[in-house]
Design a protein around this ligand. Structure first.
Ligand SMILES: *Cc1c(COP(=O)(O)O)cnc(C)c1O
Length: 405
């Protein structure tokens, strides 16, 4: 019997959920986390929760991961870290993104771990921590071939050297990031790995222990390159049950944690030659039954899915026809039956095993699975299923929506 947690306030209080909603299966999230843990042991797993936990709900997923005993959480931005602290999350949190000088006091106030990638930033962290009389926690970021943030591997020695002289921060970690771990040819990943190991040699050469948390692997790399596990892996997409690409071997058994559902809100018969939706991009040469579904690109269902995507109604897949509107879309059920209130699965599985997968939506929309998940925005209420799966109580969450995904 499923237990439910709902995060939309007023109408949910009356038992009326928006027909369009997301269901997050917390039991699957637990199972995925455990499967990754087993795969990478003895390395630890840092769940990555940026962008509203890949659309799953930042605070709920963080609380769940904390209850599971995750040793560290990863977010992209300071603001995400603060939201978690204000929600009472006490697990260590690494902010993976770059820092701007005047943000440093907030990191320290909220006990968030900083990513430092230059001698200059280290100096700013040291000064702010000294002024506040606290000890900052820092992970050094090494760029081994992404050209995003991080000190280049070939000039990292100066940063590591400077970090040894600190008095008001602790270098708890050092990390890098793969650019191509989900692509067929592993050569560039191997090159990046060798560069990172070359940087770590700095410590061995001086007879010093490396920082306790060395980490490099994202989902693709943790599945594929055991030598990239180091002390911890950063699991994003895979934690949510989705593989980065068809080229990543299925070494960890995970299942998708998010479903996106709606209901039929209107039914009509459309005559041949009568085009459907904006731009009149689709029409039939015979009479068909169409149903209208109250979801659109204003919820994050890409307009690029127009005339491409399929949905599941009553166990069968049917095409989305005509342009996806901001708040509605139309589905051609040909001459089958569907009724107002029938469930429409936009993403996920039904009881009989019919499914629309994240990877399919990504392909239809011409994008990657990450963007499908993070694009579902906060107009769509999240419902949490199997909340009791790890022994947590069943409390309705009455927060207003937070960050957009
Ligand atoms: C987003 C991100 C991850 C997680 O990537 P996935 O491919 O979703 O596992 C890991 N590390 C960094 C630095 C990231 O920005």
């Amino acid at each position: 019997m499923a237990h439910w947690l709902v995060n939309q306030s007023t109408i949910a209080d009356r038992g009326v959920l928006r027909p369009t909603h997301i269901e997050v299966d917390l039991a699957r999230l637990t199972a995925n986390y455990r499967a990754i843990q087993v795969h990478v042991a003895p390395a630890a797993v840092m769940p990555i929760l940026k962008a509203n936990a890949y659309g799953h709900g930042l605070v709920e997923v963080a609380r769940h991961m904390q209850a599971l005993g995750a040793p560290y959480l990863g977010v992209a931005f300071l603001e995400e870290g603060i939201l978690l602290r204000e929600a009472g999350v006490t697990t260590p949190i690494l902010v993976l993104g770059g820092i701007i000088g005047n943000q440093i006091p907030l990191f320290l106030e909220y006990d968030l771990t900083l990513t430092a990638s230059s001698v200059d930033k280290l100096g700013q962290i040291e000064a702010a921590a000294r002024a506040m009389g606290v000890r900052a926690k820092v992970h050094l970021k090494i760029d081994t071939g992404m050209e995003r943030i991080g000190v280049h591997y070939y000039s990292a020695a100066a940063l590591l050297e400077a970090s040894l002289a600190c008095t008001h921060f602790e270098v708890e970690g050092i990390f890098s990031h793969f650019a191509n771990a989900d692509m067929p040819d592993p050569a560039y990943s191997h090159l990046q790995l060798a560069r990172f190991e070359g940087v770590l040699d700095f410590y061995a050469r001086r007879g010093l222990p490396p920082p306790p948390l060395r980490h490099m692997a994202n989902s693709a790399a943790l599945a594929r390159f055991p030598q990239a596990h180091f002390d911890m892996v950063r699991a994003g997409l895979l934690l949510y049950g989705v593989y980065p690409s068809a080229d990543v071997p299925r070494t960890v058994a995970v299942r998708p944690t998010l479903s996106w559902k709606s209901r039929v809100v209107y039914f009509k018969v459309v005559r041949p030659g009568h085009p459907v939706s904006y731009g009149s991009t689709w029409q039939s040469d015979h009479a068909v039954r169409l149903v209208t579904v109250p979801v659109g690109y204003g919820d994050g269902y890409f307009r690029a899915l127009s005339n491409r995507a399929e949905v599941i109604i009553r166990g069968r897949r049917y095409p989305v026809v005509g342009r996806v509107c901001m708040d509605q879309l139309m589905v051609n059920i040909e001459w089958d039956s569907a009724y107002n209130g029938d469930e429409v699965i936009l993403l996920g599985e039904d009881a009989g095993g019919a499914a629309v997968r994240v990877e399919e939506l990504a392909e239809w929309a011409g994008t990657v699975p990450w963007e499908i998940l993070t694009n579902v925005n906060t107009r769509v209420p999240r419902v949490y299923r199997n909340a009791g799966a790890n022994g947590r109580g069943l409390t309705a969450d009455r927060r207003p929506p937070t960050a957009d995904g």
